[in-house]
Design a protein around this ligand. Sequence first.
Ligand code: NDP
Length: 446
Amino acid sequence: MDPRVEQFMAQVKAKNPGEAEFHQAVMEVAESLIPFIEENPRYKHAKILERMTEPERVILFRVPWIDDKGEVQINKGYRIEMSSAIGPYKGGLRFHPTVNLGILKFLAFEQVYKNSLTTLSMGGGKGGSDFDPKGKSDNEVMKFCQSFMTELSRHVGANTDIPAGDIGVGGREIGFLFGQYKRLRNEFTGVLTGKGVDWGGSLIRPEATGYGTVYFAEEMLKTRGDSMKGKVVTISGSGNVAQFATEKANDLGAKVVALSDSSGFIYDPNGIDAEKLAYVMELKNVRRGRIEEYAEKYGVEYYAGEKPWGIKCDVALPCATENEVNEEKAETLVKNGCFVVAEGANMPSTPGAIEVYLKNKILYGLGKAANAGGVAVSGLEMSQNSLRLRWTREEVDERLHNIMIEIHKTCLKYGTEDDGFINYVKGANIGGFVKVADSMLAQGIV
Ligand code: NDP
């Protein structure tokens, strides 16, 4: 490792002990940025990267609530306000038992770069709770959301910090959170994105992350004179991002053969067409069931406890969670002919996996570029809320598509190497950094 990166990381680790995912996210960025900062000493003197790895504010709070049996439950609540250099804090809320400070700091850190790449004016933040919505009644989810928002409402606002969804936080949770904010503050403002379309939401917001990931994959393929048409695609996850990545891949003429959840994956060699996808949506969003049921319904293989990366494919779209593709799985993907990896999820590939992609010079679109479509349409939802109007589905989709094309161009600008290979890691990290860093320079030491 570059000794300058090593030295920088030693400081980050000493200041943030035990936060493995945060260290991992910072290291990936530091490897791209430290050589660039050396060439641009103004960033070095102002300690921009050092400041960007320290959140502007961390809010930690107790979330007490009463379950259906009348028992008192206590969860942890968090909001990490990472950077407001280019706009109000913006980033999702995650409700999952694995949530801790290190995971949310990694997500908030990535969010700063991602939001900058979208071309819109949004700072970076992230939050959530170790609350697990799985197996809870709607009433319990509502009680929890109301208690969570009772504290969070002091810290967020349409011009301050605008949370959205993430793992475990979908339309239902956003509704309960919004209702409680409105009740406490007596104001109807765009304090959250991912709202229902009848009460301030944007069309295409649910679709945006998955669609955007596939638009990004299509742009990557174009650099090799290719397209999604006819490609065999494996996808992990079967939640929001995975569902709409499947839909867009189908629209562009690809065949999606795998989906997963935290219990295992299904392999459907005939492809998950529109009708089967509608079944997955009903299964996951309404009945909140397991992907295993797909295998029973359609008579295909189900692999318990496994991830879909051993299945032969051209394009892999990890859309579940962090660190779900390791070095060995990346080797398998490449060996089986996969030459495009576009990340719908945040940091789904381990550093070892990324090394494999780069060594083999495949098209690798990292999450902060490839999945930025979600927050981009959240930004468009904020614009529509401010203007008090609603754009059509076509208008929002076109803007989303254009933003993904712009993000891809930024990656080309900063990531094209001497031999013509596009290093999207470098491209996205430097491209995301410059706008934030220049804004920080202009605003003084704050
Ligand atoms: P959902 O909660 O809708 O779906 C998550 C999916 O991933 C589910 O299928 C879930 O399985 C699976 N999953 C979750 N945790 C694990 C785990 N530890 N191991 C294996 N599988 C797991 O979330 P989203 O689709 O919204 O988010 C997916 C990813 O995309 C996350 O990394 C998120 O940060 C990222 N992302 C999301 C955006 C958005 O707009 N929603 C925007 C940008 C990035 P199960 O059903 O068993 O829980």
